[in-house]
Design a protein around this ligand. Structure first.
Ligand SMILES: Nc1ncnc2c1ncn2[C@@H]1O[C@H](COP(=O)(O)OP(=O)(O)OP(=O)(O)O)[C@@H](O)[C@H]1O
Length: 622
């Protein structure tokens, strides 16, 4: 294999775009300078040949602050050196420095707060941890459409306290503006910060409560930010059609690497299909929170999307009340590309996100008009809006929300619909099959084959750990990102084992067609239970679809009982806000034997839940 050399000048950027089947391996030549990919440093060592492998139509850029020599093996149909200064070296780094200051302020605030105050915040958060009544949403959204009207507190606001909160950044912009890449860069820069983020008087207790695998005993440098993904389109972490929280930790000094677009924030636990408690990647050793949206566009059923944001917000507040390092490190929110439909609705969804997640900094990427409109919209608003003023234990005051305009990088690639369809399919395939350099050689085992299989899940975990630590040589057959093939299983389950729900009715009349005073409130967030046993239409609607198995409210029905057999029965709203425990693919339907043929990524004897949600994520294993 021929190896080429590229010289990156100081503050230079080497960009590449891979097409289908193309593979590229990159190595930083030792002692020639520094290099990073979306903020994640390339490691070079004279003792080991450390190559970074890219494929699966990855598009990315390697930057160098001081200049460096790169060695490249493989081909890229598009590759070039940027001829103008990348915003990474100016605006994006300045933003990081601003966030760094905010994190230091938050950390110092936590350090000077009394233990009692912090305990009080945590106690109240834990008391509000399991809301049994549907959470309150505004009676009217900004378009005048009535939303869910129920009693009770909006959970995020009940838990939120201003003390020691690090920056909460929302990245917005049109499609293909580089939002995910910027979120990645900000997270990687936070992870490799030289700051120590311990809160000494809470440390002993934290260590007991938040024991993380592989965490060293001594004080670590680096922040512990949380990435919140609110972009359910192709390329979303976990799978498309989801919202998620990815809590990151800097130990032991690793970063989010992006070998494939299937893993936009590196290899994190849920993207692998291995739902175990063991750590797969030290960056995200804490299980993520994933909520099922069931659609790739938040606008399809905005009332439902907002509701899922509420649940995500509540989960975020609970985590940040418990985890002080994450609390002062802040949150980076990646969002869906805005378009003219959002402008017509007065950015109703964005407003909801800003208020629910207590966003204090909005970054507008490459869109002047959006910047002006959002500045106007959030002029003098404070995080959480008026409700934050009521937050009782808070001693500090809120700053107004900052709306900051940043340039789009010239390297960002416009991704078309066919690319996105391939990416969606790749993500689903990788979820079930794991990473594999040779897709054709991997196929699911049947239940019978599996008895003979020697690769138990624990072994897969060890291989994963080993592989993520070492990328191997140039295109040497090492799976991208180090994710080994999983051990998927095709099996059959009775028609009535799962309770499968769909959110909202299939065809909803426009609000204008409804009688005056009647909103679509009930139908848009109502769950409809499918009748797989009797309805051919319902059977067809799940065929080739991916189902999300969610944590059953009230613990589920237990062995032999449906999950809805609890006292009290689960509310629709609690199922909508339940954490996803895993995904299944409905491969076929056997009407004679009344069985569903399902594909799961793991040879588990029992499904993690019998409560399933259906969306629009369909796939056929070609
Ligand atoms: N400087 C760069 N050089 C080369 N490729 C880049 C650069 N910045 C981003 N890209 C690539 O451009 C593509 C689009 O970027 P990204 O996903 O960050 O945009 P986005 O705004 O999040 O898109 P979407 O609206 O679809 O979510 C990605 O494949 C990304 O890896």
């Amino acid at each position: 294999m021929t190896i080429r050399r590229v010289t990156l000048p100081p503050r230079g950027e080497y960009r590449f775009e891979l097409e289908n089947e193309e593979k590229l391996s990159i190595r930083l030549v030792p002692s020639t300078g520094d290099a990073e990919i979306f903020g994640s440093s390339l490691i070079s060592s004279t003792s080991s040949d450390r190559w970074y492998n890219f494929g699966e139509e990855a598009k990315a850029a390697i930057c160098s602050w001081s200049g460096c020599e790169l060695e490249l093996a493989g081909s890229a149909s598009v590759e070039y050196l940027a001829d103008s200064l990348s915003p990474t070296f100016g605006a994006y780094t300045n933003l990081h420095l601003y966030l760094e200051q905010e994190r230091l302020k938050a950390r110092n605030e936590l350090r000077s707060a009394s233990r009692e105050t912090l305990e009080d915040i945590k106690d109240r958060a834990l008391r509000a941890a399991n809301p049994t009544v549907p959470l309150e949403v505004d009676s009217k959204d900004d378009t005048g459409v009535a939303e869910l009207l129920t009693g009770g507190e909006k959970s995020g606001q009940a838990i939120y306290e201003n003390i020691g909160q690090g920056p909460r950044v929302l990245v917005v912009g049109p499609e293909s503006a580089g939002k995910t890449s910027l979120a990645n860069l900000l997270a990687n820069y936070a992870l490799k910060s030289p700051a120590v983020c311990e809160i000494p008087h809470m440390k002993a207790q934290e260590d007991n409560e938040n024991k993380r695998d592989g965490e060293a005993e001594s004080a670590l440098t680096g922040w512990w930010p949380v990435i919140a993904n609110l972009d359910p389109s192709a390329g979303a972490p976990t799978l498309p059609c989801t919202f998620s929280l990815l809590p990151l930790s800097p130990s032991p000094s690793v970063s989010l690497t992006t070998a494939s677009p299937a893993y936009p924030f590196g290899l994190t636990l849920p993207t692998t299909g291995l739902f175990t408690t063991t750590s797969l990647n030290p960056v995200s050793s804490i299980p993520a929170q994933t909520l099922w949206l069931g659609k790739e566009d938040v606008r399809t059923n905005e009332v439902h999307s907002k509701r899922v944001v509420d649940w995500l917000g509540a989960a975020l507040e609970r985590r940040l009340a418990r985890d002080y390092r994450a609390r002062c490190s802040g949150v980076i929110v990646d969002s869906m590309g805005v378009n003219s439909k959002d402008a017509r609705k007065g950015y109703s969804f964005l407003k909801h996100v800003v208020r629910t997640l207590y966003i204090d900094t909005i970054i507008v990427l490459g869109h002047e008009k959006l910047h002006i409109e959002l500045t106007r919209l959030f002029a003098s608003a404070t995080p959480g809006g008026e409700a934050s003023a009521a937050s009782s234990a808070s001693s500090s005051t809120h700053k107004p929300i900052q709306v900051i305009k940043l340039p789009k990088s010239g390297g960002v690639v416009e991704l078309d619909e066919t690319y996105k369809a391939r990416l969606r399919s790749l993500q689903i395939r990788n979820y079930f099959y794991g990473g594999s350099v040779d897709k054709k050689s991997t196929s699911a085992k049947t239940g019978a084959d599996h008895v003979a299989s020697s690769l138990a899940p624990a072994v897969v975990d060890d291989r994963m750990q080993e592989a993520t630590n070492n990328e191997g040589g140039p295109t040497d057959g090492t799976p991208l990102g180090g994710l080994p093939p999983l051990n998927p299983l095709t099996t059959s389950i009775p028609f009535d084992l799962l309770e499968i729900y769909r959110v909202g009715q299939e065809s909803m009349a426009p609000t204008s067609a409804l009688p005056i005073g009647m909103g679509r409130t009930v139908t848009e967030t109502q769950l409809l239970k499918l009748d797989i046993v009797n309805s051919l239409a319902d059977q067809n609607s799940i065929l080739h679809n991916v189902l999300a198995l969610v944590e059953p409210p009230h613990g589920g029905g237990g062995p032999g009982q449906p999950d809805s057999q609890t006292v009290p029965p689960p509310e629709d709203d609690a199922i909508i806000g339940a954490n996803v425990l895993g995904f299944l693919h409905v491969v076929g339907i056997d009407t004679q034997r009344k069985k569903l043929n399902i594909l799961s990524p793991n040879p588990t004897k029992r499904l993690p839940s019998k409560t399933a949600l259906l969306g629009t994520l369909d796939w056929q294993d070609a």
